[in-house]
Design a protein around this ligand. Structure first.
Ligand code: UGA
Length: 423
């Protein structure tokens, strides 16, 4: 099928490159000329394992084109995907400006009978707003939310648990289903409003699940329970399931924080409260604070002048994304309490006026009174704790992702702690 993708960001590129992988002919449009140039040269402007190979093969097979010319990008396309960002505005609501601008730009160029599919995460009722902005009764607007995760985007796209198509037209829904015909995964056809809500409700539910896990992890620390044993036991109950129960320093990224706040704002617009989602957000803040409190306790009750090494600034492993990263939230709390932080990440970049990342994990640890692991990069598991002990000044380590081998680390560090186990 001939398709177009508007927006060469995370979701847009994964959609475009996976669709080309499935054999579709894909034109990608973006207003950012550097991005388009880079893609034409086969260089991926984002970090995502495996995706650059898909770009290379797609270009070689002649299935991908990248341009800033909207009319040629949209010409003769059966489906055009809108994949532009929906940032949050000051009130926490999703800002539809980019989506509606993209829709107005597309309007003159879409063929009669074409489908305009929104992949951007948009509030309930947006399909209707898109229809109005598009002002093309001969074009079908559908909602086709994306459920991929950064770091495992290809796997998630090509092996989805479900493909959700929100459409008022049965014919448009079945063309959309054909597009995904080579992908195994249940196809669920719903109203556009339900599709829009499925996306937000899923992210909010997962965020609640994680906040709940992190709250139980805090209780484990007080009671000598162990969160890994507790979640193993919980997850064996099929009604709960084993996935997404890893305790951590709090959840972050470009989706959960933004989408939970947006769902609260959507509900508020209808005069409804979402107390569970609000509680999940509050619990998440407390998770960040708990990390800072634990390190402070490990260092005798004050962080003033203390040197702290932080391993990982990405919001999770296998991504360079630091948006709403728990690591940055914790770093900021540590610095506010007077600590000097030296941090390292294998892939992510971050700096501000008075802060720059170190070039290696050992460099970050050099001279540190305490070390805190914030992101579960495989690289950290491989590091010999004896080498870390040699360069550190202190004896305190806090593993916020439960990935270091506690037995070997405890041989070197008498004050080695993991979140979710007795402190
Ligand atoms: C999330 C959803 O999982 C995707 O289904 C959705 O498509 C995406 O948002 C989106 O809306 O675009 P993502 O933000 O890439 O995906 O990352 P996740 O893997 O869900 O992780 C989110 C946060 O939860 C991270 O900070 C991660 O470290 C944390 N997490 C995740 C845990 O602390 N424990 C877990 O067991 C899983």
């Amino acid at each position: 099928m001939n398709i177009a993708v508007l927006g060469a960001g995370y979701v847009g590129l994964t959609t475009a490159l996976c669709m080309a992988h499935l054999g579709h002919q894909v034109s990608v449009f973006d207003t950012n000329s550097r991005r388009i140039d880079s893609l034409q040269r086969g260089v991926l402007p984002i970090f995502e394992p495996g995706l650059e190979e898909f770009l290379k093969v797609g270009l070689e097979r002649g299935l991908l084109s990248f341009s800033q010319d909207l009319s040629s990008a949209l010409m003769n396309k059966v489906v055009t995907f809108i994949c532009v960002p929906t940032p949050q505005d000051e009130d926490g609501a999703a800002d539809l400006t980019h989506v509606l601008e993209a829709v107005s730009m597309c309007s003159p160029f879409l063929d009669a009978g074409a489908i305009l599919a929104t992949k951007s995460t948009v509030p309930v009722g947006s399909t209707q707003r898109v229809e109005v902005a598009l002002n093309r009764p001969d074009v079908n607007v559908v909602s086709n939310p994306e459920f991929l995760r950064e770091g495992s985007a290809i796997k998630d796209f090509l092996n989805p648990d479900r493909i959700v198509i929100g459409s008022r037209s049965q014919a448009a829904a079945s063309t959309m289903a054909d597009l995904y015909a080579d992908i195994a995964g249940s196809v669920l056809i719903t109203s556009p409003e339900s599709a829009e809500l499925i996306k937000y409700a899923s992210n909010a539910f997962l965020a609640i699940k994680l906040s709940f896990t992190n709250d139980i992890a805090a209780l484990c620390e007080k009671t000598s329970g162990d969160i890994s044993e507790v979640t193993l036991g919980m997850g064996l109950d099929k009604r709960i399931g084993p996935e997404f129960l890893n305790a951590g320093p709090g959840w972050g990224g470009s989706c959960f924080p933004k989408d939970t706040r947006a769902l609260i704002s959507i509900a508020d617009g209808f005069g409804l409260n979402m107390p569970l989602i609000e509680a999940a957000l509050e619990s998440n803040e407390r998770s960040h604070k708990r990390v800072a409190d634990t390190i402070m306790r490990q260092l005798g009750g004050s962080l003033e002048g203390k040197k702290i090494a932080v391993w990982g600034v990405a919001f999770k492993a296998n991504t360079d994304d630091t948006r709403e990263s728990p690591a940055l939230a914790v770093i900021s709390r540590l610095r506010n309490r007077g600590a000097h932080v030296r941090a390292y990440d294998p892939v992510a970049h971050y700096e501000d006026d008075s802060f720059k990342l170190e070039v290696s994990a050992l460099d970050a640890a050099r001279g540190a009174d305490a070390l805190v692991l914030m992101t579960e990069w495989a690289e950290f598991r491989e590091i010999d704790p004896r080498r870390v002990k040699d360069v550190m000044a202190g004896d305190s380590v806090l593993d916020c992702r439960r990935v270091l081998n506690a037995d070997t680390w405890r041989q070197e560090f008498s004050d080695f702690r993991v979140i979710g186990s007795a402190q």
